[in-house]
Write a protein that binds this ligand. Structure first.
Ligand code: T3D
Length: 262
């Protein structure tokens, strides 16, 4: 069959394109596993210095493929706790734990787990026509793929609850205004802007960027004392990289730095 996730590595950017456009790139088991393989490669392959996630066709991702959950086909009710543990949660954990920048280009509707995978990425650009929908309440489910966590963190309880309970679509513009994403971008500019952003991050001081991601993610659960210690330790590590020496040298020589990711 055709590939459910297209993967290319160009100039340090691993681009993963969710590729089931006829189903708005909703997840079946094959696509979960292909996505996981891509995210694992991102961690393992030192050539990869940034990740760009996007979707084929008119949608970004419509979450779970509900065709694979059809109750009319009979049999026992599926154990969705098991499917989260087996398929969704490992990928969410990989995105958050990857110490390299993950850019998401939301090219169209992002619904259910599709919306929440986008929200788990480090920098999210969305096409102006894209919408974010917490579709779960329409079918009796809870916001998964980290959604009930990230929405509460990002938006606070009032907006998080309203979005999750009503499944009201949020436009890209509104998502940017509310701080759910970084920017709304004209549709025809999205992939160019996202590629340029991911490319520039891939040319950056990868170790320092990865430590920065780690610190910002830890902030919400650290005390200030713990966090100052963590900054001390991370800065010690960053200060020993070749990229730091290059950054300072380039500054003093009034030229652009050439970071190597080491
Ligand atoms: O199960 C577990 O393991 C637990 C995990 C759950 C995670 C979840 O994500 S649960 C939430 C699942 N997602 C949804 O409930 C969203 C369902 N989709 C929609 O509500 C709408 O499709 C959209 C609002 C996303 C987009 O609407 P629209 O009007 O732009 O497009 P459309 O016509 O509805 O969809 C286009 C095609 O994609 C259509 O197929 P067709 O009729 O052309 O053959 C539609 O059936 C298909 N499609 C869209 N979403 C899904 C899907 N097929 C299967 N599963 C989908 N989620």
């Amino acid at each position: 069959g055709s590939e459910t996730v297209l993967s290319t590595l160009v100039d340090g950017v691993l681009k993963l394109t969710l590729n089931r456009p006829d189903k708005l790139n909703s997840f079946n088991e094959e696509m979960h596993l292909a996505f996981r393989a891509g995210l694992e490669q991102a961690g393992d392959d030192s050539e990869v210095r940034a990740v760009l996630i996007t979707g084929s066709g008119r949608g970004f991702c419509a979450g779970q493929d509900l065709g694979d959950r059809d109750p009319r086909k009979g049999g026992p009710a599926p154990d969705l706790g098991h499917t989260l543990e087996t398929f969704y949660n490992p990928n969410l954990r990989l995105i958050r734990a990857l110490e390299k920048p993950v850019v998401c280009a939301v090219n169209g509707v992002a619904a259910g787990a599709g919306a929440n995978i986008a929200l788990a990425c480090d920098i999210v650009l969305a096409a102006r026509s894209a919408k974010f929908i917490q579709a779960f309440s329409k079918i009796g489910l809870i916001p998964d793929a980290g959604g009930s966590w990230s929405l509460a963190r990002i938006l606070g309880e009032p907006r998080a609850k309203a979005l999750a309970l009503t499944a009201e679509p949020v436009t890209a513009e509104k998502a940017a205004e509310w701080g759910m994403i970084w920017k709304a971008v004209d549709d025809d500019q999205l992939i160019n802007e996202a590629t340029a952003l991911a490319g520039s991050l891939a040319g950056g001081p990868t170790i320092g960027l990865g430590l920065t991601k780690r610190l910002i993610q830890a902030a919400a659960t650290n005390s200030l004392d713990m966090h100052l210690d963590m900054e001390r330790d991370c800065q010690r590590t960053a200060g020993r990289t070749a990229d730091y020496a290059e950054g300072v040298t380039a500054f003093l020589e009034k030229r652009k730095p050439e970071f190597k990711g080491r």
